[in-house]
Design a protein around this ligand. Structure first.
Ligand code: HOZ
Length: 425
């Protein structure tokens, strides 16, 4: 494939945008080469500035679960835009999407909309601290909850891909309140709680991790966290920015049957526009201003265009059951890639939950950050560029989950499996 125009556009972008990108995960630093510039996208395909068609496995890092430029979402946004794009005043559509989200997700009574997953997690932690009157939080190595200061401690996603899991600029004062635990290791969490008795406000976790590849929780792990939280007066926060409205209507809470105290959303809930949200039972949410003392705000929060896109998306997800068919497609892809890699003697481990999947080029089970980091990055680079050359776009980092979208056909999946075979033959 030819990427002449993408390379030229990237060179131009580098002059005025740091690293040529507005979010580091878009850069190709971990895999080499220059990022692909997208011209447009439809359904399961991206069309780049050089005229290449690519089968898309990142779906804008999750939101485009129904495929790109999905007509009901596009129509809803166009219709809304004609009536004004921002008012800084309440609109009825905010209540409509709130009612729908609350009806789809277990264990929440109220939801507040923000502009990103970062904002959602940052605000959820502030709420947990205000509600419990405690300062410390527990996060897990390799989990990524956006780029707010408290979370850039052994963070996954771009932070680890580009070598800043503990970012300069985060003060020691902030860092000391974030305690770091090992994913899937309950004893480790228990020891941290015991060493910080009555000081921990919340445990924040991706119930299915997606920022160190896709890592499922081990059996009993989330149940154990729930119990530890209950006995120690700690709030359990599920960061469902990736898993919310993707693994099931009610997200990971529904799929795994575990109740969180606060749930954070992003990605799918905005239908591809900038939306995040956090939600909980009324007794917790009522601590937020203007009802309660915990402050949180935003000029563009609940923006009408974003709400219109989100409402169209959630309405469609609520009316059918694409989650099962998406999970079946993902299982088909898993089986096909595993068969090819096994036949060609390529050492690998594949993790999958619902429509999230990741291929790790290592022998051992990938259950936490340490085991994920054992993947062979040279093999990943070969895989990434080989797939790209055959028209398959994967995340340019081994530390990211792939996200399938419902516009993908079995023919697309077969092409992807054949591409994988060609790469390693
Ligand atoms: N949460 C996304 C995947 N890890 C990254 C989005 C971004 O940082 O641009």
């Amino acid at each position: 494939m030819i990427y002449k125009r993408s390379s030229a556009l990237f060179a131009e972008a580098e002059q005025v945008i740091p690293g040529g990108v507005n979010s580091p995960v878009r850069a190709f630093k971990a895999v080499g080469g220059t990022p692909i510039f997208v011209k447009e996208a439809k359904g399961a395909y991206l069309y780049d500035e050089d005229g290449n068609q690519l089968i898309d496995y990142i779906a804008s890092w999750g939101p485009m679960i129904l495929g790109h430029a999905h007509q009901p979402v596009v129509d809803a946004v166009i219709d809304k835009a004609k009536k004004g794009t921002s008012f800084g005043m309440p609109t009825q559509i905010e209540t409509k999407i709130a009612e729908l989200a609350v009806s789809m997700v277990p264990n929440i009574d109220k939801i507040r909309f923000v502009n990103s997953g970062t904002e959602a997690c940052m605000s959820a932690v502030r709420l947990a601290r205000g509600y419990t009157n405690k300062d410390k939080i527990i996060k897990f190595a390799g989990c990524y909850h956006g780029h707010s200061d408290s979370f850039l401690i052994q963070a996954g996603s771009g932070a680890v891909t580009f070598g800043s899991p503990n970012s300069p600029g985060v003060t020691q004062g902030t860092a000391k309140d974030t305690l770091l635990a090992k994913y899937n290791d309950l004893a480790n969490v228990e020891a941290l709680i015991n060493a910080n008795k009555n000081e921990i406000a919340c445990i924040i976790i991706e119930p299915v991790a997606g920022n160190m590849g896709c890592i499922p929780p081990k059996e009993g792990f989330l149940e154990g966290l729930r119990k530890l939280c209950d006995t120690n007066n700690i709030l359990l926060i599920f960061d469902e920015v990736m898993t919310g409205f993707r693994l099931a209507k009610g997200g990971a809470q529904e799929l795994l049957g575990i109740k969180a105290d606060i749930v954070c959303f992003g990605k799918v809930i905005g239908g591809g526009l900038p939306v995040g949200a956090f939600a909980a039972r009324a007794e917790i949410m009522n601590h937020l201003a203007p009802l309660g003392p915990v402050y949180q705000a935003g000029t563009l929060s609940g923006n009408p265009l974003a709400m219109a896109a989100g409402l169209a998306m959630l309405t469609e997800l609520n009316s059918g059951d694409i989650f099962e068919s998406l999970a079946q497609k993902t299982a088909y892809l898993h089986k096909g890639i595993a068969k090819v890699l096994t036949e060609l003697n390529v050492t690998h481990t594949i993790n999958r939950v619902g429509s999230m999947i990741s291929v790790h080029f290592c022998e051992d089970d990938v259950v936490d950050f340490e085991t994920s980091a054992k993947g062979n990055n040279d093999t990943f680079k070969t895989f990434f560029h080989g797939m790209l050359n055959q028209g398959v776009y994967l995340a340019p980092s081994a530390f990211e989950s792939w996200f399938l979208n419902d516009a993908l056909t079995y023919e697309d999946l077969d092409k992807t499996i054949a591409a994988c075979k060609a790469v390693f033959s």
